[in-house]
Design a protein around this ligand. Structure first.
Ligand SMILES: C[S@@+](CC[C@H](N)C(=O)[O-])C[C@H]1O[C@@H](n2cnc3c(N)ncnc32)[C@H](O)[C@@H]1O
Length: 219
């Protein structure tokens, strides 16, 4: 198993005790990872960058899909590697993440974009003072599989609400954590149209045994 999806056996939800209505709404990023995971995750990408490894594949794909100077949300930006890659390519980027450790790391390690600590599941950028609707959203690195249990559909609906008509959303995740059938059902509810699906961010063809899916959606 890849180190960055290490699972933990004990819950840490007490450190993030927010609820949505009467049901538990703690992201699985907090309940399914070890204490200290966020710092480890930030350090991991710092090391990859220092080693000269490519951490911008997702940014290159999104850049190819959008107009110069687009307004882009990096949804679940982590330590900002994708946000920074898009910023370097001339886009206006807002990075949103719920993890305060990673939002702080993003501001230090990946300067340029605007970073906000917020919950994607209920995201309302206009209410946060960012009135312009988004041209694009990128949601890379299993973010949608780490929102609170059963909050995937609400997250997709929030993406759709914050995106301009005809805007593009690119989302990638491991399908064992969010089966395609359920994803496609949630997409239909949220009002997105599936334009393309691939098995990798470098556009290897999608097939039914693929363990990863990259889906390009149109609002
Ligand atoms: C595996 S990391 C991916 C980070 C980044 N996208 C990347 O690819 O490097 C998953 C991220 O999703 C974020 N996340 C999970 N649930 C969230 C939520 N409800 N709202 C905002 N961010 C969330 C976590 O805080 C974490 O940074």
């Amino acid at each position: 198993m890849r180190a960055w999806i290490r699972m933990k056996m004990t819950t840490t939800s007490a450190k993030f005790p927010h609820t949505m209505g009467d049901r538990e709404a703690t992201p699985r990023w907090f309940t399914e990872t070890d204490e200290g995971h966020s710092r480890w995750y930030a350090d991991h990408f710092r090391e990859l960058v220092e080693e000269g490894r490519d951490v911008e594949g997702e940014a290159r794909l999104v850049d190819a899909l959008i107009a110069p100077g687009s307004l882009v949300l990096d949804a679940g930006c982590g330590q900002g590697r994708v946000a920074a890659g898009l910023h370097r390519r001339g886009h206006r980027v807002i990075g949103v993440d719920i993890d305060p450790v990673l939002i702080e790391a993003a501001g230090t390690d990946s300067p340029g974009p605007t970073y906000l600590q917020a919950d994607l599941t209920t995201l309302d950028l206009a209410a946060s003072g960012h009135g312009e609707t988004l041209d694009a959203i990128v949601c890379a690195g299993n973010v949608i599989t780490y929102v609170a249990a059963d909050a995937e559909a609400a997250t997709l609906e929030a993406f759709r609400r914050n995106l301009r008509p005809d805007g593009v959303c690119v989302i990638g995740f491991h399908v064992e954590r969010y089966p395609m059938q359920r994803f496609d059902r949630d997409l239909a509810t949220s009002g997105f149209t599936v334009e393309h699906r691939f098995a990798t961010w470098d556009l290897r063809p999608w097939h039914d045994e693929a363990d990863f899916a990259v889906t390009i959606l149109r609002a």
